[in-house]
Design a protein around this ligand. Sequence first.
Ligand code: CTP
Ligand code: MN
Ligand code: MN
Length: 516
Amino acid sequence: MDSPQAVHLGPRKKRPRQMGTSGATTPHDIRFQDLVLFILEKKMGTTRRAFLMELARRKGFRVENELSDSVTHIVAENNSASDVLEWLQLQNIKASSELELLDISWLIDCMGAGKPVEMTGRHQLVVRSSSLSPVPGSQNVPAPAVQKISQYACQRRTTLNNHNQLFTDAFDILAENDEFRENEGSCLVFMRAASVLKSLPFPIISMKDTEGLPCLGDKVKCIIEGIIEDGESSEVKAVLNDERYKSFKLFTSVFGVGLKTAEKWFRMGFRTLSKIKSDKSLKFTHMQKAGLSNGLSGFLYYEDLVSCVNRAEAEAISVLVKEAVATFLPDALVTMTGGFRRGKMTGHDVDFLITSSEATEEEEQQLLHKVTDFWRQQGLLLYCDLIESTFEKFKLPSRKVDALDHFQKCFLILKLHHGRVRGEQSGQQEGKGWKAIRVDLVMCPYECRAFALLGWTGSRQFERDLRRYATHERKMILDNHALYDKTKRAFLEAESEEEIFAHLGLDYIEPWERNA
Ligand code: CTP
Ligand code: MN
Ligand code: MN
């Protein structure tokens, strides 16, 4: 984890020559006139502060010794935003809304770049609403206009740089356990808590850091407290040892096995996959047979499918899909969606959205059939479940947050030869020379492409909150096909994801910031 605490720059112990807090040093040319920095001494110490001030000045930054109205950027280390604000209030300093509160990592990045770098969520100290209450004794200093973290994931930027994995892993497990037990309410509570923590630009170190955050009820806070105190959660430990959780986790790892089948196998007393596979009385769906092995030697597909797809493999699949699609519809657009579009390095499958502005309805309907037949002839199609479109134009979008869409799609298992993967030579590997990869292809009408792209990029939590936001905050209904404005009684068209966000009155969130 790259928490700010891990960053060390320059000597902490060694005393730099002739430098005190007064900062009386040789003058340097100021190259960046727009910025006036102030480095907070609290929790940083005099020596390190002096060192950083001198370094920044040498790079052409204007750094003030004292905090004044002219300061535009406050840089702090090992302080949360509430710590900094509290300090400001105690100093009786009026902090304007333009004042930037930044973590030391921003200054360090600036030093590396030799110029001011863009301030991202990673650098900005975010302030929680409750920390704005005036500190007793301070004379009601107006707090800076700071942004409160939204309860909706679509109003937060969630990159893959998770500062709170210790906590989010715990809540992901608790949510999954509730999903297995069909406790929908509790599942949602844990999923939302994990999602909020994933968006924080700082690690939670004490309970004070959780003040004012949305979606953290008493149950959730209790678990956070346990983890802060013991480094682990007793609730999570209990779940990980739970017979039902362990069995469901194992069973649902098989492609085609959902809660219903897992429940059945668990009730029948099964605890291992080998017992299930060798049981003569059990009937498997076509999908489950593929998931379990498809009669080939042992767990051939199973092993491949539980081991995640990496980016090189996803890129190789992308080439395979684009080549096949271009054979039949040269103008078609093929976009990788899902987790890989959000910048993930691994995934459980590779998702693609396909659309064409030129194709006739007939050609559009035929494409997935032609592509899968093409792979079947080449022996690359290990499993194929093609679902025809049930899409109807001008049908009202679905109100359900988890509703499936109506596009034509196929859920596949493809054979990916090692030779097609960059960095892997064929014949280099031991074994069968290929890997089974789960692939989802979705074909959508050209007018729907922006909605389909937004819907298939995920994450699931991001999608849920987009729809919840549309319904509750905008009186609109959003799904993978369309956006409907109930007030205007009209469909709102969009050519791009940006336009959909704009219709919803939301700031645009890039795909890699949707890892909620
Ligand atoms: N999705 C959907 N309808 C489905 C399946 C998926 O709209 N029937 C959307 C979901 O919003 C999801 C996205 O498509 O976020 C991708 O789905 P999936 O592959 O299950 O999840 P990923 O986020 O890609 O995660 P992973 O990397 O594990 O595949
Ligand atoms: Mn996916
Ligand atoms: Mn998928």
